[in-house]
Design a protein around this ligand. Structure first.
Ligand code: FE2
Length: 440
């Protein structure tokens, strides 16, 4: 089995030769790439049953066990280094640990190479404007086919949005779609699927999102959470518009795109929104919610949040990874007097871009469609309803970032065909490379 697979591996994942060099092992690959692995790194990451528990997929690092970090020799010495019959790197250690035997899968070893250029490549999202064409997926295909599911998740990273067609217009099917990726995010009350129904006149007292007669400006959800939800699902059960125009249409804007426009046009404003705080909060008292998604009965729940957040969040490379923007959830500014005017002007510039027709896509979530958007990237809104006779019912749910990442990691791992002991602990980029390691 392993030998068949070895033949199918691309040359980058097959070892040509190995040699011991100063403090480590030099591996030459069949595609010509050369890697160096430090002996201590190799010894520390040994996956033998003594060092690594096969059932829990974690280091066996208890006192006196195979991988006790306090007993790890800082200068491990290799006795023999060779390629075994299955193409693995095979090391027998000498020195303080004579006979200790480590075997390393070559594909895994390749994506651990610090000089591997593919590992340095970052996925760059495709930025878009009002002309975006939103990718569509079929409900039944993503429900039954893992490849279709992975394609959908890839689109979520590339564009931050997708529409799932042909969803049976009920709560159970909606929940099944979300759970195809993973559990719904727990809200602050037990009901994790919420209903946006234009006929519910009381809901307007809960949040701006339910005040249908006004345009709902583009925003991201739950800006006052420490970690905002990553995916937002909105499934349409009903849309009856007597006027046949664009009332209650969805609007979306690519937050990464408008952040880059701001960075290019007004770099000082961009910087202010990445460094200064725009605090946000939410306080809901005595709001009745159902006691569960399945049971009858309601109860009053209370909630009060506050977060000192940046509108534009950048990583250590200066790349934007998260937008947090909701005009309605803003609370008093926390900025020095000498910066308040500049910060406010920056906030106005970003808010203007978020509503600019050049960047905003406008469309209907039709009955039987589920809109899924990346709430760390996209801002969403809704056009106003003028006609009280219009009826729209949407179901909504959220998903945590880890739940989304986890499903994608699992699908990439499955596609790679590697065993669990090697998949465990790989970076996302490593998993992407491994998913594409065979020639078929
Ligand atoms: Fe929202």
């Amino acid at each position: 089995m392993m030998t068949t697979l070895a033949r199918e591996l691309k040359s980058a994942f097959r070892i040509e030769s190995v040699a011991t060099v100063d403090n480590g092992v030099q591996v030459t690959w069949k595609d010509g790439h050369e890697s160096f692995y430090h002996n201590l790194w190799l010894r520390d990451t040994c996956h033998c049953p003594e060092c690594f528990q096969r059932d829990t997929l974690s280091l066996n690092s208890g006192e006196g066990e195979g991988h006790d970090p306090l007993k790890m020799p800082l200068n491990p010495i290799t006795e023999t280094v060779k390629i075994d019959r299955e193409g693995n790197l095979d090391i027998i250690w000498g020195g303080e640990e004579p006979g200790h035997h480590s075997v390393f899968d070559p594909s895994w070893l390749r994506v651990q190479c610090q000089k591997e250029p593919a590992l340095k490549q970052r996925r760059t999202p495709q930025l878009w404007d009002s002309s975006v064409s939103i990718p569509h997926f079929d409900y039944y295909e993503v429900m039954k086919d893992d490849e279709a599911l992975l394609l959908w998740l890839e689109k979520m990273l590339e564009l931050g949005v997708a529409i799932i067609d042909n969803f049976p217009k009920n709560k159970v099917s909606f929940q099944s779609l979300v759970e195809r990726i993973g559990p719904l995010q727990q809200r602050y009350h037990p009901t994790n699927i919420f209903t946006l129904d234009t006929a519910n006149k009381l809901a307007g007292s809960i949040h701006h999102a339910y005040q249908y007669m006004e345009r709902l400006h583009n925003h991201t959800d739950h800006v006052s959470y420490n970690v905002p939800p990553r995916l937002k699902f909105l499934g349409c059960i009903q849309y009856d518009n007597p006027d046949h125009d664009k009332q209650a249409y969805s609007t979306l804007v690519d937050g990464f795109k408008i952040a880059e426009v701001l960075r290019a046009q007004q770099p000082k404003f961009f910087e202010l929104l990445t460094k200064e705080y725009i605090p946000t909060g939410r306080r809901r008292l005595s709001v009745e919610e159902n006691v569960s998604d399945r049971e009858q009965g309601s109860k009053k729940y209370q909630w009060d949040t506050y977060h000192r957040q940046h509108v534009i969040n950048v990583d250590e490379n200066g790349e934007v990874y998260q937008i947090r923007h909701n005009e309605n959830d803003r609370v008093p500014l926390d900025v020095s007097h000498d910066k308040i005017q500049d910060l406010y002007a920056a906030y106005q510039a970003f808010t203007t871009l978020a509503e600019s027709p050049e960047y905003v896509a406008k469309f209907l979530i039709a009955p039987g469609q589920v809109l899924v958007n990346d709430n760390w990237r996209l801002l969403h809104g809704r056009t106003a309803i003028r006609n009280p006779g219009l009826r729209q019912i949407l179901l909504g749910a959220y998903m945590k970032p880890e739940t989304f990442r986890s499903r994608r990691r699992l699908l990439l791992g499955k596609k790679s065909g590697l065993s669990n002991i090697w998949l465990m602990g790989c970076s996302e980029r490593a998993l992407e490379i491994l998913a594409d390691r065979t020639t078929i």
